[in-house]
Design a protein around this ligand. Structure first.
Ligand code: ADP
Ligand code: MG
Length: 357
């Protein structure tokens, strides 16, 4: 096992990159400690798979260094890196049985058959594949094949890191939920560094202790799930995480006061900067209906499990509010009260208020 460091990684698929736009990864600096559970989260095309392939050695980055502990492995082929990678679609030997597929990586290491039997049984039990062990893989449905693929990634105990690239894409929703929790349990048991790539916030936030949010080839924020929810450092994170995401509202800053359509807003702390494009970020969960707030009109309400999502408008700008209890009727006039401690100012998309604690 090892600490994985990505030092100023940039990558271009062009032979001779010349402009910023030629790069699909831009100056990535990350450090993954031994035994951590990480997620790479971002929309399709933001560079997640490219980054994983650089860590696994399938790609050599245009610039920068990959280190496992102090060793520069940037140019090492995958087989010299001692890692396991699970892809979006099953990579298994159809002609082999489930058992032999799972045993394959261990037989390659030359382990004795009795240890192989023990480990394969353990992993198969965890993935609920134990009754299929003697079946030929070709006869199985896509989701079982993907479980075998995951099992092949998990079966080795000596790896530096296990990486999953959107592994639950072909799995049906119910099993998805189960496998996600299994993976988390498994991580707690085996304590190997795991990196889980997904565009799905729920998957990332439930699996990882640390989530790396990416957009357009850049790392936007690295943090614990609660940090990303509580205090996004960038409007992209606020918007991307949450259902629905943070309200990002136009505002003006005058004399150190933030104004939303002329209404003064109390912020979490002092304003750090006052030039640039200003926006207010407030999550729907941190707005309530009250008195002496900002007047708004209710547009519609929808039931979202234990809460109600109420869509309101203030001068044509939509403001989502999540409340408990029965919603006001469409057309009703309400007043929006923002929790000051949770009201953030963003300038040029980056947070511009100081945190007071
Ligand atoms: P993600 O996994 O986040 O969806 P990728 O790493 O697959 O993103 O892709 C990042 C960008 O690089 C995308 O714009 C994609 O079109 C481009 N890309 C990916 N693979 C290649 C390739 N082999 N050749 C050229 N461009 C590629
Ligand atoms: Mg991908």
């Amino acid at each position: 096992m090892a600490r994985v460091t990505l030092d100023n990684i940039s990558h271009s698929y062009h032979a001779n990159p010349s402009r910023d736009a030629d790069y699909v990864l831009k100056n990535i600096n990350l450090s993954w400690i031994d035994g951590g559970a990480y997620a790479l989260l971002g929309p399709s095309g933001c560079g997640k798979s490219t980054l994983l392939n650089i860590v696994s050695g399938l790609l050599i980055p245009t610039k920068g260094q990959v280190r496992f502990d102090e060793n520069d492995v940037t140019r090492f082929p995958p087989e010299q890196r001692n890692i396991a990678q699970v892809f979006q679609f099953p990579v298994i030997y159809d002609t082999l049985t489930v058992f032999d597929n799972l045993a394959f990586p261990l037989r390659n290491l030359g382990l004795p058959e009795n240890s192989i039997l023990k480990r394969v049984t353990e992993i198969a039990t965890m993935l609920e594949l134990e009754s299929d062990l003697s079946r030929r893989s070709a006869s199985l449905a896509a989701d079982k094949k993907q479980k075998i693929s995951m099992g092949r990634g998990l079966v080795r105990e000596d790896v530096n890191i296990i990486m999953f690239d959107e592994p639950l894409t072909v799995i049906d929703p119910e099993l998805k939920w189960k496998l996600r929790s299994k993976l988390k349990e498994l991580h707690q048991e085996i304590k190997v560094t795991m990196v889980y790539v997904t565009h799905d916030q729920t998957e990332a936030l439930t699996f990882a202790d640390q989530v790396v949010v990416m957009q357009d080839g850049e790392v936007i924020q690295v943090g614990k799930p609660e940090d990303l929810f509580e205090r996004p450092l960038h409007t992209f994170v606020g918007h991307f995480i949450g259902s629905p995401g943070m309200n990002i509202l136009p505002c003006d800053v005058k004399d150190n006061i933030a104004l939303f359509f002329g209404y003064k807003l109390q912020l979490e702390g002092p304003i750090l900067k006052s030039t640039g494009h200003c926006e207010i970020g407030i999550r729907p969960e941190f707005i309530r209906f009250g008195t002496e707030g900002i007047p708004a009109i209710v547009q519609r309400a929808s039931d979202i499990g234990q809460h109600t999502l109420v869509q309101t408008v203030v001068n044509n700008i939509t403001v989502n509010v999540i409340i408990k209890g029965p919603p006001p009727d469409p057309g009703a006039e309400v007043q929006l009260c923002f929790d000051p401690a949770k009201t953030r100012l963003y300038i040029d998309r980056r947070i511009a208020t100081e945190r007071l604690q």
